[in-house]
Design a protein around this ligand. Structure first.
Ligand code: ADP
Ligand code: XUL
Length: 558
């Protein structure tokens, strides 16, 4: 029997540098949460003037960015907040983190010297003002690189070929197309960039005071990595920009040590000098770790700024739709995922228009309309959607005489608006019918064994009920909805253990047999909907997909 025990007084710190906030979770050696903190970019750092943590280009060309230096200042302030709350930094054995996926940081030539000579008497924000060749980082919400996507696909032999090689066809938010756009539109800036980091590896750079590797899991979100060999793909690099490999540095497994914490943090916050920084990874992959997903039949649904659905597969078949990443906590298997851009921010938008800006009123409306919404179907895209690739716009249809018994003879009639409760039910049913339809088409289990829900909106029981009825399975939740920062604290402990053992150890050994006693356990939130209703939702889902396909035909980005 392996010894998976962690030193009894050790702490493990996990961050989540997400779209709207920076979160932190501290686990003790029994994997129980002992501290959490949150920093909200819009309200806690108002001088950056972000809305939802981002700047949307007013010309509406799909450009969406965040000020890179804001993430640096947030780290400064988060550490101060944790210090004030009494956290004993000296006990932290390892730190890791999650980053919003795909977002990129461009280090100006000469910046490695800035990283390696941080002055502990000054805050970080004062030292990185001139370190970035691109001051506004393109993030996952950006959809301004359609031309570059098509060029990359063409250069490697087509979209499906790129998906087979890198795990995904080209997507606007993926880092490769973003880099290509910078190379094409600002060649001088590209040339003056010595290193390109992802949000995840960027935050690790700050903590180790040197350039950190990109981890193999988040690296798969770039359209640049050979998914099977877990190395940069020469063909994809060449299709993207010249001299790119040098600027990307090496790849490392998600459980590897990135380095020791930089002296800056030892002197300023009293971290122990032996504290390890474990590779940071993407927020979705780390959520997979934090939700202890380990059976192929289980699905996780994350309801954060984006909505995502993901699971594990040992033999994934990359397609035009969806994404394949290496499993961050396993050497053999993969993670499969679908992503929706219109998640929480679109739910908030509809709530503000039709439910007095209150989740209570939103939930009352949801209850007021019976399931299936009397055949009222809505498509709500406040931002350009990823899945399906449709532009901003709302589309509403009524299926007259809808009973849910047959697809035959069902015709839709387009309308301008529904009454308020129907609007809200159309939004929620629409989001999850779409998710079920695409998940099934991607080969995810149908019905799933169970769904584990996480992210901000997983606190909403009414939303979880709709998920249980539409997917036809039980829905579980975790103790806290921020699984990405918890999911980073756990890999911090896992990476620490792998380092101590001198080789990879399965993460499940750390909590097997004692999951219930840890903060990782999940509990049943809603039981599966009755099978008659699930069957009716299946009919509604098929009809919805017919309408969606014709919308894509008419309006989609090709
Ligand atoms: P991210 O990590 O992507 O920044 P979070 O997982 O923290 O996002 O989720 C934030 C979102 O959670 C908010 O935008 C908000 O709309 C949503 N949210 C919070 N509480 C509720 C609720 N009771 N019902 C629905 N959505 C909620
Ligand atoms: C994943 C994606 C989003 C971001 C959100 O592909 O684009 O889920 O990771 O932070």
């Amino acid at each position: 029997m392996e010894d998976y025990d962690l030193p009894s007084d050790a702490l493990f710190l996990g961050f989540d540098s997400s779209t709207q906030s920076l979160k932190a979770t501290v686990l003790n050696s029994h994997l129980n949460i002992v501290a959490t903190e949150l920093f909200h970019f819009d309200s806690d750092l108002p001088h950056y003037n972000t809305k939802d943590g981002v700047f949307r280009d007013p010309s509406d060309n799909g450009r969406i960015v965040s000020p890179t230096i804001m993430w640096v200042e947030a780290l400064d302030l988060m550490l101060q907040k944790l210090a004030k709350s009494g956290l004993d930094f000296g006990k932290i054995a390892a730190v890791s983190g999650s980053g919003q996926q795909h977002g990129s940081v461009y280090w100006k030539s000469g910046s490695s010297a800035v990283l390696s000579s941080l002055d502990p008497t000054k805050p970080l924000v004062d030292q990185f003002g001139d370190a970035f060749s691109v001051k506004e980082s393109p993030i996952w919400m950006d959809s301004s690189t359609t031309a570059q996507c098509r060029e990359i696909e063409k250069a490697v032999g087509g979209a499906l070929e790129l998906a087979r090689m890198t795990g995904s066809r080209a997507h606007e938010r993926y880092t490769g197309p973003q880099i290509k756009k910078i190379f094409q539109t600002q060649p001088q800036v590209y040339q003056d960039t010595e290193r390109i980091s992802l949000v995840s590896s960027f935050m690790a750079c700050l903590l180790i005071g040197a350039y950190a590797s990109i981890d193999e899991t988040d690296g798969a979100g770039m359209n640049l990595m050979d998914i099977k060999q877990r190395i940069w793909s020469t063909v994809a690099l060449e299709a993207t920009a010249p001299d790119l490999e040098d600027k990307l540095g090496k790849l490392a497994p998600a459980y590897a040590v990135a380095g020791h914490i930089a002296p800056y943090f030892v002197q300023r916050f009293n971290f122990h000098k032996n504290c390890l920084v474990i590779q940071w990874s993407g927020d979705n992959p780390n959520s997979l770790a934090g939700l202890t997903l380990n059976k192929p039949g289980d699905l996780a649904i994350s309801l954060g700024t984006s909505d995502t659905v993901f699971g594990i597969s040992s033999d994934p078949q990359p397609r035009l739709e969806g994404h394949v990443f290496p499993n961050p906590v396993d050497k053999e298997s993969y993670m499969v995922m679908l992503v929706y851009k219109n998640g929480s921010l679109t739910r908030e938008d509809i709530r503000n228009r039709y439910a007095e800006k209150s989740w209570d009123a939103f939930n009352k409306s949801l209850e007021q309309m019976p399931p299936l919404n009397g055949g009222k179907i809505g498509f709500y895209y406040k931002d350009h959607e990823i899945l399906p690739p449709l532009p901003v716009g709302f589309h509403r249809y009524i299926l007259d005489n809808f009973t849910g018994d047959t697809l035959e003879g069902l015709t839709e009639r387009e309308v301008q608006e529904f009454d308020s409760p129907a609007e809200i039910r159309a939004l929620i049913e629409g989001q999850f019918l779409s998710m079920r339809a695409h998940a099934e088409r991607f080969g995810m289990p149908a019905p799933p064994n169970r769904i584990i829900a996480t992210g901000g909106a997983s606190a909403n029981q009414r939303i979880l009920s709709s998920i249980a009825s539409i997917f036809g399975c039980d829905v579980y939740t975790v103790q806290r909805p921020d699984s990405a920062s918890l999911g980073a604290a756990l890999p911090a402990a896992h990476g620490w253990l792998c380092n101590k053992k001198g080789s990879f150890v399965p993460i499940s050994g750390m909590y097997m047999d004692k999951l219930e006693k840890t903060s990782l356990s999940c509990k049943l939130a809603v039981s599966a909907g009755n099978s008659e209703l699930v069957a009716k939702y299946t009919i509604l889902m098929k009809k919805r997909m017919e309408i969606e396909n014709s919308l894509v035909e008419k309006l989609g980005r090709h």
